[in-house]
Write a protein that binds this ligand. Structure first.
Ligand code: NAP
Length: 313
């Protein structure tokens, strides 16, 4: 099979196509013939960072990066009960471990997948995986009817799902981006937009129930200031929250913590239902062919992507 191999940590050009043996499936895994892959910031971060790469892949090089797939079940391990050959499936495979998704065939645990609903393309399904799971896992148990919520970077991969999910949960949603993405954010259902280039969110807002932070640092610190007593800030940036931010949160009685998304088939089924009901609509900014993976990484690295980048096979 063809796979995109990272020979050595570093630039996007280090991603090269090679012919390698397809993976073997374990008892509880299915072999998926991949039709579409979604790209995330973590893909280029791992590609370029020796410590992150080693934490996930150990000393084994070359590595196959990627986690988000949509495709067709080719074969099933002997303990697989949820899928049969020919099923169309999507999911985030083995995150935060090795997903090895940049390949024509991927071995995926059945617990990480859901069936793609009728009428949803492989590209749309692939887009609705890591970023959508993150938004769901951050918001589902923490945000409810009437809550006033700030979602930073509402035009990004995670943010554009987060706006839609928060609205479905009944929240009043305020979201940030630059001015050029205001219409996109309002069309997703946001109630208010803040242009972070010309407006200072922590001067304008206050008494919020919840903030979804994608950045850490000063944005996380200032997010704590706009939350009410007893409210919550969840950051998906760095697992390390500064002493200054923790101190501010303590003074104001705000709950602040970090969340790392986890592979989860039940949550994939929730996303599947949201796609069926129309609650969730992935936005695909650009689709690249498999042999242009390096360009897909470069686009993601710009930090200017609106919605998701997909690679089609
Ligand atoms: N912990 C976890 O489990 C987890 C899971 C998923 C993602 N993440 C992390 O979360 C971050 C966001 O991921 P993503 O996929 O959403 O990224 P992304 O798609 O690359 O985000 C791009 C968007 O961010 C907006 N943006 C950039 N700077 C901004 C600012 N200062 N204020 C508001 N918006 C801004 C851009 O809009 P403009 O062009 O208008 O500026 C752009 O539309 C990444 O660092 C990623 O690694 C963590």
């Amino acid at each position: 099979m063809k796979a995109i191999i990272l020979e050595e940590v570093g630039a996007a050009e280090n991603l090269v196509i090679k012919d390698i043996k397809p993976p073997e499936v374990k008892e509880d895994e299915v072999l998926v013939k991949v039709k579409a892959i979604a790209i995330n910031p973590v893909d280029y971060k791992v590609r370029a960072n020796k410590d992150m790469l080693r934490r996930i892949y150990g000393e084994q090089m070359p590595a196959i990066l990627g986690w988000d797939i949509a495709g067709i079940v080719e074969t099933t391990g002997q303990n697989v009960t949820q899928f049969t050959a020919g099923d169309k499936v999507f999911g985030m495979v083995n995150f935060p471990g090795a997903g090895s998704a940049y390949a024509e065939f991927v071995a995926a645990p059945q617990e990480h997948l859901a069936k793609i609903p009728e009428g949803i393309s492989f590209e749309a399904a692939a887009a609705t995986t890591l970023a959508a799971l993150t938004a769901l896992q951050v918001l589902e148990s923490r945000v409810g009817e009437g809550d006033k919520v700030l979602i930073h970077a509402g035009s990004g991969g995670v943010g554009h799902f987060a706006i839609q999910i928060a609205k479905a949960l009944g929240a009043y949603v305020i979201s940030t981006s630059s001015a050029k993405n205001k219409d996109f954010i309002m069309a997703l259902g946001a109630d208010e937009h803040i242009d972070y280039r010309t407006q200072v969110f922590h001067d304008i807002l206050g008494d919020l129930d919840f903030v979804f932070d994608m950045f850490g640092g000063d944005i996380l610190f200032n997010s704590v200031k706009v939350v009410r007593n007893g409210g919550t800030v969840i950051s998906i940036m760095s697992p390390v929250i500064s002493d200054e931010t923790m101190e501010k949160a303590k003074q104001r009685n705000v709950n602040v913590s970090n969340l790392m998304v986890q592979s989860n088939g039940n949550d994939m089924n929730t996303l599947k239902n949201m796609l069926v009901s129309g609650v969730l609509k992935p936005h695909i900014f650009k689709t690249f062919p498999f042999d242009q993976m390096a360009l897909a990484h470069k686009q993601q690295e710009t930090g200017r992507t609106v919605g998701k980048i997909v690679v089609a096979l």
